[in-house]
Design a binder for this molecule. Structure first.
Ligand code: 6YU
Length: 497
């Protein structure tokens, strides 16, 4: 197939790249990507901390197995460690929660006994599993995941832990607060009170134990980019407005207006800007405005902030086999996942650290996780202030005032003007219909205008893999396929312009 239709893709993240790849391979000659920044990859961003490679954005391949296109591409490009390729690794089904070896530290400087904590971890895991079991049909007992977890944990604690001493029971409830904060990071939400219970089960996991890219996630982007025709991407070219349904002209019904004033006439545009950007700029980005049902779905879906704070040490203060460090505040037995005063106690939102492994590759580097408005506030502080607060935190939780981080590096996704947060989650009142609305092309069905003028891709448009790289990639392919089948259905005697 050789097609002359003019297609503009807004955004050079994985979804935009995937769409361009598919279209170029199908014989579309006039495909352009317009990217606001100077780089490809979007929320896939590999950085450096001293000699170490660290991921500022996406970290893992979630569910690395045959069904995961990111895993298949990474394998094809030889970007993975042998461990990740084994059939055993691919077959492990952990339901999105890898069984990491934990260390628990408390705010009074104690390393906690795993046996005291385990029942709280187990109860929390059961309640998270139960949260994903509700249908989006209004039958759920609470509107949000946070209320469901708190009320069930309270009820079960009173029943199941009634015979244990008050101190241990209180500590277990504090552990539940820690787990709620961790879930805020996983979901990219400010609080689990903002995550809808009815739609929580829409997210689907794939088998396979999550793995990383030893040479950095951006290796995937570099390989894909090397297979695109050169000059296809224009960098530092932000789009200001998509003028669609341009009724004067039947040819090129879409005009893309860029920040620098350039106007590009096209037949189709694939919009891949993040949901955070869309929430903030939708009214300026589309002329005419988006239909109301689409706008309401953009508003109902959640898009919060999850940031990382990398900290390097000369030597470890955690166990050799430890993979995750939980920080348990002993004054949080009321099961809270956000702090009362962001400016003075933002650090209490940090749920803990994952340990970068293997040690031979990374040395002693931890990745701290902090979500929500506390995370957004952290972004406004200087690197010195963040380093100082992290150092105080570690002194407090280890009881060792001599530990000094060698280097610190944090991400700042909320203040990235082209992302405005980290990734999407189902907000309160969301349903599968909202994700359908997100991906619906414009003009909507039934309109007399030229079809498929504006198409939508990006992680927030995937019906069950939203918030992931594989979800984003699949949406790019989906929208490319939509155009490919549209042009395949036009008879050769009536070639497109
Ligand atoms: C994953 C992971 N991961 C951590 C952190 C982040 C994300 N994700 P892009 O934004 O990439 O591209 C859009 C482009 O558009 C961009 O380049 C812009 O500059 C450009 N643009 C914007 N406006 C423009 C304009 N006006 N004009 C021109 N250009 C414009 N995913 O698989 N594994 O470990 C993580 C993580 C800190 C920030 C992640 C992870 C999410 C992915 O990074 C993300 O989905 C994709 O990269 C998005 O690609 P895209 O093309 O759509 O947009 C049970 C249950 C719970 C449910 N949740 C499960 C949790 C799973 C998510 N886990 C994430 C965890 C981490 C740690």
């Amino acid at each position: 197939m050789s097609v002359n239709a003019k297609i503009v893709i807004i955004g050079c993240g994985i979804s935009g790249i995937a769409a361009a790849h598919r279209l170029a391979n199908a014989g579309f000659h006039h495909v352009r990507i317009l990217e606001a920044t100077a780089r490809s990859g979007g929320r896939i961003k590999t950085g450096r901390l001293g000699d170490n490679i660290v991921e500022i954005g996406a970290n893992w391949i979630h569910g690395p197995s045959e069904e995961n296109p990111v895993f298949c591409l990474a394998r094809q490009y030889r970007l993975l460690d042998p461990d990740a390729l084994t059939p055993e690794n691919q077959a492990m089904d952990v339901g999105g929660h890898p069984p990491w070896v934990p260390n628990f530290f408390s705010s009074s400087g104690q390393k906690l006994n795993a046996e005291d904590i385990y029942p709280a971890q187990e109860m929390f895991a059961e309640l998270m599993y139960a949260s994903s079991e509700f249908e989006s049909q209004g039958g759920e007992p609470w509107a949000c995941v946070g209320d469901f977890i708190r009320s069930e944990a309270k009820r079960r604690a009173a029943e199941e832990w009634k015979d244990i001493d008050a101190t241990t029971r209180s500590l277990r409830l504090c552990v539940i607060s820690n787990m709620l904060k961790l879930e805020c990071s996983v979901n990219g939400s400010h609080s689990m009170d903002e995550v809808g219970l009815g739609a929580y089960g829409l997210y689907k996991t794939l088998p396979g134990l999550d793995c990383t890219f030893p040479g950095g996630y951006e290796g995937l982007i570099k390989n894909l980019m090397s297979e695109l025709p050169s000059g296809l991407v224009t960098y530092n070219q932000a789009v200001r407005c998509v003028h669609w349904n341009n009724t004067e002209k039947r040819e090129n019904p879409v005009t893309i207006e860029c920040d620098d004033g350039e106007r590009i006439a096209s037949d189709h545009v694939i919009v891949t800007v993040p949901l955070g950007y869309l929430k903030k700029h939708h009214s300026a980005l589309f002329c005419p405005l988006l239909p109301l049902h689409k706008l309401h779905s953009i508003q109902r879906l959640g898009f919060g902030t999850n940031n990382k704070i990398f900290v390097e040490f000369d030597s470890p203060w955690w166990d050799a086999d430890c993979e995750i460090i939980h920080l348990v505040w002993e004054d949080e037995d009321v099961m809270v996942d956000h702090v009362p005063d962001v400016q003075t106690s933002w650090i209490k939102k940090m749920c803990g650290f994952t340990v970068l492994k293997p040690t031979e590759r990374y040395g002693h580097v931890l990745c701290g996780w902090i979500a929500g408005h506390e995370s957004e506030y952290m972004e406004t502080l200087s690197e010195q202030e963040v380093t100082h607060t992290i150092t105080q935190l570690i002194h407090r939780f280890t009881g060792n005032p001599t530990i000094t981080p060698r280097r610190v590096l944090r991400s700042q996704w909320f203040h990235d003007p082209w992302t405005c947060g980290s990734y999407s989650y189902p907000g309160i009142g969301c349903s599968a219909q909202d994700l359908d609305n997100m991906m619906e092309p414009l003009p909507t069905k039934g309109s007399q205008s030229q079809p498929l003028q504006v198409l939508f891709a990006g992680e927030a448009t995937h019906p069950c893999y939203y918030s992931t790289v594989h979800g984003a990639l699949l949406t790019g392919w989906r929208e490319a396929d939509r155009l490919i089948s549209h042009y395949s259905s036009i008879s050769p005697s009536e070639p497109p312009k």
